[in-house]
Ligand binder design. Structure first.
Ligand code: UD1
Ligand code: CA
Length: 444
């Protein structure tokens, strides 16, 4: 079986510079969902018909073959453009704008098809407007009538064409040659091939699918939001079935690509995005946003943002911490409230409890940062690194003017501005001595 996905249309109603099929649903382009459903149904050869902004689509999608339909003369014409790919394998055809389609449904369709010349997937919906209607006489399929071509009675039919079909290759080729564009839109409708095939050998089957959600098309941004929320529900339910607690699933956004370990608890208003991996028994507290990051087991994140970083086991982040790209935070670390860490390595057991900026730094193990420490990494022109060795104690309100290093087991007195390297086991005090002016008040 081969698959032809129709994606040449402009998607006018999206009102977008981005081609419709590249708009994302739960972090993944619409077209990729359809491609993945085909692949998971065991289809290896997938042809995508592109036209409007073909180059942008080609740049963003891989693992398929493309054919260009230069002028969009209808869904039938789109398939004609791909006719050189049609030989002796059955041909699955799908619209490129139905991301909720599942591989299970495609497998069922293939099972139903058997020796049919064509099997079309229909479904029953409450509001059929916009869709092609399935016209039957005495229960038997007669034809598909497009919304724009339908008469008053036909408009009432709520069994619709989903835009998913499986064809015998020979019959498809023959029927395509017989298509005309004699209709309201002057388009070559793929849907007319079903009636043509039926008139030739009466061997057209219908598979009426019971879950119409799978066939909801994305034509505008309202439908994009509707489909996204159904996809989100599907993704969240998958994780819950795998042993993840999600306290209020409606408020939690998890990209399709995210992995989460068993017994992790996700609080409300959490966003987990692009290839993030969360370990087992973690707590991801309310309002956290984790992007492209790997979180190991038993990590506790509270109301924090983590971007492009790695956080190892049993570490606590937040509340209100900001972990910017390129950090590796080791086990049993504490990164507390209003702490920002960027492009830094933090060793195990280290505590950065409050109001601190650690940027471009290599921080060892078991270091204590006092409140209000700043690594001064930028001179207005270049960035420099700070290195702090194991077991050191950085007093409150310290400035570390990089490049600078602090040796093992050292102490820095509170309020110091450190401009020179601190040798191991020493105490650095870099502040003016206090002067007390006695009876100063009286004199003034
Ligand atoms: C189509 C079906 C309709 C069905 C509905 C299901 C036809 C004539 N009608 O209508 O029966 O109920 O899908 O969602 O097929 N495309 C091309 N080249 C073209 C025209 C379209 O590649 O020249 C692509 C579009 O990019 C889109 C798909 O084909 O992905 C469907 O086209 P669209 O215009 O959305 O068809 P509908 O009016 O929704
Ligand atoms: Ca459509």
């Amino acid at each position: 079986m081969i698959a032809i996905i129709l994606a040449a249309g402009q998607g006018k109603r999206m009102k977008s510079d981005l081609p419709k099929v590249l708009h994302k649903v739960c972090g993944k382009p619409i077209l990729n969902y359809i491609i993945d459903a085909c692949k998971n149904a065991g289809i290896e050869k997938i042809i995508v018909v592109v036209g409007h902004k073909a180059d942008v689509i080609k740049e963003n999608i891989s693992g398929v073959e493309f054919i260009v339909q230069n002028e969009q003369l209808g869904t039938g014409h789109a398939v004609m453009c791909a006719k050189d790919f049609i030989d002796d394998e059955n041909v699955l055809i799908l619209n490129g704008d139905i991301p909720l389609i599942t591989s299970d449904t495609l497998k069922k369709l293939s099972h139903m098809h058997k020796q049919n010349s064509v099997t079309l997937v229909s479904t029953v919906v409450e509001n059929p407007s916009g869709y092609g209607r399935i016209v039957r006489r005495d229960e038997k399929f007669l034809r598909i009538v497009e919304d724009k071509d339908a008469d008053k009675n036909e408009l009432l039919i709520n069994e619709i064409n989903t835009g998913v079909y499986l064809f015998n290759p020979k019959m498809l080729k023959t029927a395509l040659q017989l298509l005309s564009n004699n209709n309201v839109q002057n388009e070559y409708y793929l849907t007319d091939t079903i009636e043509i095939i039926k008139s030739m050998d009466d061997n057209a089957g219908i598979f009426c699918a019971d879950n119409y959600h799978e066939f909801l098309g994305v034509n505008d941004r309202v439908q994009l939001a509707q489909v996204s929320s159904l996809m989100q529900k599907r993704i969240n339910e998958k994780h819950m079935r795998n042993g993840v607690t999600i306290i209020n699933p409606k408020s939690v956004y998890i990209d399709d690509s995210v992995e989460i370990g068993q017994d992790t608890i996700i609080y409300p208003n959490v966003f987990l995005e692009s290839n993030t991996k969360i370990g087992r028994r973690c707590i991801i507290g309310a309002g956290s946003n984790i992007v492209s990051s790997e979180i190991f087991d038993e990590v506790n994140v509270q109301s924090s943002v983590i971007l492009n970083s790695i956080v190892k086991s049993k570490t606590k982040i937040g509340p209100f911490a900001y972990i910017r790209p390129n950090c590796i935070i080791d086990e049993n670390v504490k990164v507390g409230d209003f702490v920002e860490v960027k492009n830094s390595n933090i060793g195990s057991g280290t505590k950065i409890s409050h109001l601190t900026y650690v940027g471009d730094s290599d921080v060892g193990q078991n270091i204590n940062f006092g409140c209000g420490t700043v690594t001064v990494n930028y001179d207005g022109n270049k960035k420099f690194r700070t290195k702090i060795d194991d077991n050191s104690f950085i007093g409150c309100n310290t400035n570390l003017i990089a490049p600078v290093s602090v040796g093992k087991n050292s102490y820095i007195a509170a309020g110091s501005t450190i401009t020179e390297d601190v040798p191991e086991k020493s105490l650095a005090i870099a502040r003016q001595r206090q002067i007390n002016k006695l009876d100063w008040k009286k004199k003034n």
